[in-house]
Design a protein around this ligand. Structure first.
Ligand code: ADP
Ligand code: MG
Length: 382
């Protein structure tokens, strides 16, 4: 990967793709993490004498149409405040001559997501001397603002992009990584199979929680009642457990779970996993599971965590994720966290990002990188 420090910035017109896709409600940004994470590279460009800096980002899913509520304009003020520099908002893809220009949501253009020539041509109107990719969160997307300029102008990775890759590259090895524990939860089995397959070979321990665990419980022959699980992934789950077994990787599923009839129930019942039946629904891991998972964390040297242990948005089902985080914050081991909902849980339960070795700005991108896929964005700047 080509990096920013290797290139002369002075007097250059720079187009930079950031991932400023922040959560927002009624025009108010609710979490500035992604903006803050993008500041060091923007500052670096300013400090090194860039002539113009053109900031690109997407925001939400406008599906190729102009959706006023998803205008990138809401980013203008926080960017200017955090940069300590005026930021002008530009809707035309033609330079207005200002030093720092923020452009409209790239996904308003119907050809952005297809890496279409129309969008690439629009971006080329800015006459860039240099393209910087700093949007790790979208580096797994083959889209115009991510990869489209790479064969037209010199292209490098930004500081955020570089730090993400540096943090995760030690774990891409095909060899056993001593002391490595992978914790995967959440709901989206499809996006998590890849890393489970990869780490079943190279990790010492895999812990599964969340709705993901239900599919593995089902594959092991447990009754999961009416819990959310994926029948069609049963065989895949068995395959992953067989790989783990063959490679000497401990595969850990919850020994007890928190059940309720409905997600809106005010209380949950702690049930040994083998006693789940009938209409019961699993919404979290139980306290015995939390204790045993914490024990594994304490004996690991590196932990990679992606995906909550339960439906942590609801109080009766938050203790699994909360307990896990307590273990992750307490350990001296390296801890890498990724995934939108997992990162939200850090703040939700009062922890600070600084308590962890690396908090990734990418969910899907992190998963794809760790499963060993070549990310289109990485390729573009290599
Ligand atoms: P991340 O964003 O960290 O990658 P995911 O998006 O994969 O995580 O999963 C988070 C979602 O999984 C949360 O909305 C949570 O409510 C849901 N979830 C976790 N455990 C369960 C469960 N047992 N049943 C249903 N949904 C669950
Ligand atoms: Mg999520």
């Amino acid at each position: 990967m080509k990096t920013l420090q290797t290139i002369d910035i002075k007097d250059k017109i720079v187009v930079i793709r950031c991932d400023l896709n922040v959560p927002h409600k009624d025009g108010q940004i609710t979490d500035e993490t992604r903006i803050k994470a993008s500041i060091p590279t923007l500052k670096y460009l300013l400090d090194n004498g860039a002539k113009e800096i053109h900031i690109l980002t997407h925001l939400g899913r406008p599906k190729g149409q102009v959706v006023p509520e998803l205008s990138a304009k809401i980013l203008q003020k926080p960017l200017a405040d955090l940069l300590g520099e005026p930021v002008s908002f530009n809707e035309t893809y033609e330079s207005n001559g200002e030093k720092v220009q923020l452009h409209e949501n790239v996904r308003f253009d119907p050809t952005e997501k297809k890496n279409g020539n129309e969008m690439i041509a629009k971006l080329m109107q800015l006459k860039p001397d240099l393209f910087v990719l700093d949007a790790f969160g979208t580096a797994h997307r083959q889209q115009a603002s991510v990869v489209g300029l790479a064969d037209k102008v010199p292209s490098v990775a930004g500081l955020l992009m570089e730090s993400e890759i540096t943090a995760m590259s030690p774990y891409l090895s095909q060899e056993k990584v001593p002391g490595l524990t992978i914790i995967v939860g959440g709901a989206k089995m499809d996006t998590k199979i890849g890393i489970l397959e990869h780490f079943a070979k190279t990790a010492e321990n895999i812990i599964v929680g969340g709705a993901l665990a239900n599919t593995f419980l089902h594959a092991q022959g447990f009754d999961v009642g009416q819990s959310l699980y994926q029948e069609e992934k049963t065989e895949k789950a068995m395959e992953i457990m067989a790989i783990a077994d063959a490679s000497g990787c401990g595969f850990h599923i919850p020994v007890d779970v928190m059940c309720a009839d409905d997600i809106t129930d005010q209380t949950a019942l702690d049930v040994p996993t083998e006693d789940v039946m009938g209409d019961m629904k699993i919404f979290d891991i139980g306290p015995h599971s939390v204790a045993s998972f914490k024990e594994i964390i304490m004996h690991s040297s590196t932990i990679i965590w992606n995906g909550p242990m339960g439906v942590n948005e609801f109080k009766p089902f938050e203790n699994g994720t909360k307990g896990l985080l307590e273990g992750l914050a307490a350990t001296k081991a390296k801890v890498i966290v990724g995934g939108g909902d997992s990162i939200a849980a850090i703040t939700q339960f009062g922890y600070d990002f600084a308590e962890f070795t690396h908090v990734s700005t990418g969910g899907g991108a992190m998963l794809e990188l760790l499963e060993g896929k070549e990310l289109p964005g990485v390729k573009a700047v290599s």
